[in-house]
Design a protein. Sequence first.
Length: 167
Amino acid sequence: MSTFVIFAADTLVAVLLVATIMTCSMLAKRIAKLKADEEMMKKTIGDLVVATDNAQRAIAGLRTTLGDCDRTLGERLRTAERYASDLASQVEAGEGVLKRISQIVDASRLVAQTSPEAAMAREVIRAENEAAVVTPASKTEERLSKTAAIAQSLMQRAVRRLEGQPA
């Protein structure tokens, strides 16, 4: 019996050794796989670090560009505001000139059409001009009527512009 027990113990030890060897080889394969995965992870982490550095540099560049754009846009807005105020003052001055021209035209029409004194004054001027042999009165009246016509057309163009119609 003692040989049988020894034989059984040796067989049991041999089976356990075979199981241990098989488990060790499986564990060795798993460890090798983990080491390969570890190398891949290290490479992936290195790539991520490089990508993060590139992104940080790009963000810094974008911030610089944004600051430049903000300054440039601010300068352009200030310039545009100055131009807008200049244009507004010029438009106001133009409207004032148009009002004065229309008043002159209206006044010259009233004087030319309704005033008997103006008719008499024209006759006197005509007579003086004929006597002094200066420009004939017809030319003076013609100049006045042309000037009034020009002023009238300018006034009409200005009114059309103010109403938004093409001049």
